[in-house]
Design a protein around this ligand. Structure first.
Ligand code: TTP
Ligand code: MG
Length: 416
């Protein structure tokens, strides 16, 4: 490590030490914690999955299962083609263990991890059930950051019993790439003077804030890696992508000044899932939306969020994104309604080929109160009468707003 020369009192970038933690194949690791015989075995955790059935989608797969081509958001049927179930083929050495999602349990494990992180960081930004940023500037120094990161991993492992990957860098965006760089059980420290070199070969699609659509646009401009992006003409990027273009340019240069701040309330909650290629089987599309609707409603309940708008996203080939939303007269927390409304909105796409679907609730309300504004909504028994507005937020121009996830994932991010 090279000590940055700086004037006394002058704030320098290298003064910040950001640590990013992302648990390895988190749901599968949780299953292994309570069922140690699953250690070292291929494990698949399915959302909407029921033992013995072929319904649902892969929430995550252990690294052993990934070797067989099983990946997040794959339909369970497709996963079973790659990796049969041990329960069906006990003598097959190339079979794996399938388990349904048990979110309560994973949330418990996640909370225990977060408790440790709050002890170890000056500030903590929780990103999801298995991921957080810590500002550890005052807890460590660059020449011992490696040992500090190891300590974080060991405490999680010893006290909670699940594996984590950790990245350390002077900014959030690079720290996240660093934690992902050597998964599973990764530990990567990128010191301030190594940032540009570390980022250079990274695929643009892996830079935070670049979804599959934007990555394609960048490739069309001849920008394949973060290094290409860092040396691109910033004016050309802003011409093409607006302010966002400048942010991405900065991120690719390691100039991400976002402080590690505790997270505020989300504006919306969503889940999405891609099919392998596109499907013409509309029943499959309906089933997938039903699974996502249930997951989103459940997440809202857990977060004590009431919602006033329920929406779907449908991506048709090649990358046309259609969003439809419906607003209700008042905020609700009603899984059945999310299911009804999303299926209703989906009807318009019957007969179309579909690559990807998403469900979102928005216009969130976190105030603790009764669902008082439902009158005239449930009382006449016809939800349709109570709906005040049918959003026509179509955006079929092939652009995906704010897409930060890789294609083929059930996103943990909001899709708008
Ligand atoms: P991730 O951190 O993205 O994935 P992971 O922890 O399973 O694997 P990795 O080692 O690559 O970090 O997500 C955390 C959990 O969120 C994951 O265990 C299950 C859930 N999830 C879904 O339900 N759907 C998805 O598409 C993804 C990516 C995750
Ligand atoms: Mg993870």
């Amino acid at each position: 490590m090279v000590d940055g020369e700086r004037l006394p009192g002058a704030p320098a970038r290298e003064e910040r030490i950001v640590l990013h933690v992302d648990m390895d194949c988190f749901y599968a690791s949780c299953e292994r914690r309570r069922e140690p015989e699953l250690r070292g075995e291929p494990v698949v955790v399915g959302m909407g999955y029921e033992p013995g059935e072929t319904v649902g989608a892969v929430a995550t797969a252990s690294y052993e299962a990934r070797e067989y081509g099983v990946e997040s958001a794959q339909a369970i049927g497709a996963a079973l083609d790659n990796l049969p179930r041990k329960a069906d083929e006990p003598d097959n050495p190339d079979a794996g263990y399938y388990r349904p999602v048990d979110l309560d349990f994973y949330q418990d494990v996640g909370s225990s991890v977060k408790e440790i992180l709050y002890e170890l960081g000056d500030t903590v930004r929780e990103v999801s059930i298995d991921e957080a940023y810590l500002d550890v500037t005052d807890r460590t120094a660059w020449d011992v950051a490696d040992g500090f990161a190891r300590h974080v991993k060991q405490r999680i492992h010893r006290e909670v019993g699940v594996p984590a990957s950790v990245g350390v860098a002077p900014d959030m965006s690079t720290a996240k790439l660093a934690s992902d760089y050597d998964k599973p059980d990764g530990l990567v420290v990128v010191e301030p003077d190594e940032v540009r070199e570390f980022l250079a070969p990274i695929d643009v699609a892996d830079v935070h804030g670049i979804g599959p659509v934007r990555a394609r646009e960048l490739r069309e401009m001849g920008i394949e890696t973060a290094g290409d992006l860092a040396s691109a003409d910033p004016y050309e990027l802003t011409d093409r992508f607006g302010d966002r273009g400048r942010d991405l340019y900065r991120r690719a240069r390691g100039e991400d000044n976002r402080p590690v701040e505790p997270r505020g309330k989300p504006k919306s909650l969503s889940r999405e899932s891609a099919f392998d290629g596109a499907t013409d089987d509309f029943e499959r599309v309906r089933e997938q939306v039903a699974t996502l609707a249930e997951a989103v409603a459940d997440r809202a309940t857990r977060k004590d969020a009431f919602y006033r708008t329920i929406g779907v996203k449908v991506v048709t080939p090649p990358f046309d994104v259609h969003t439809r939303a419906e607003s209700l007269p008042g905020p609700v927390d009603d899984a059945g309604l999310v299911d009804d409304v999303t299926q209703d909105l989906l009807g318009e796409f019957a007969g179309e080929s579909v690559r990807k679907v998403g469900v979102r609730v928005s216009n969130l309300d976190f105030s603790e109160r009764e669902q008082a504004s439902l009158d005239g909504f449930e009382s006449d028994g016809d939800a349709d009468d109570g709906r005040t507005e049918r959003g026509r937020g179509d955006s079929t121009g092939g652009r995906e707003r704010g897409g930060t996830q890789r294609d083929g994932q059930i996103s943990l991010d909001d899709f708008e």
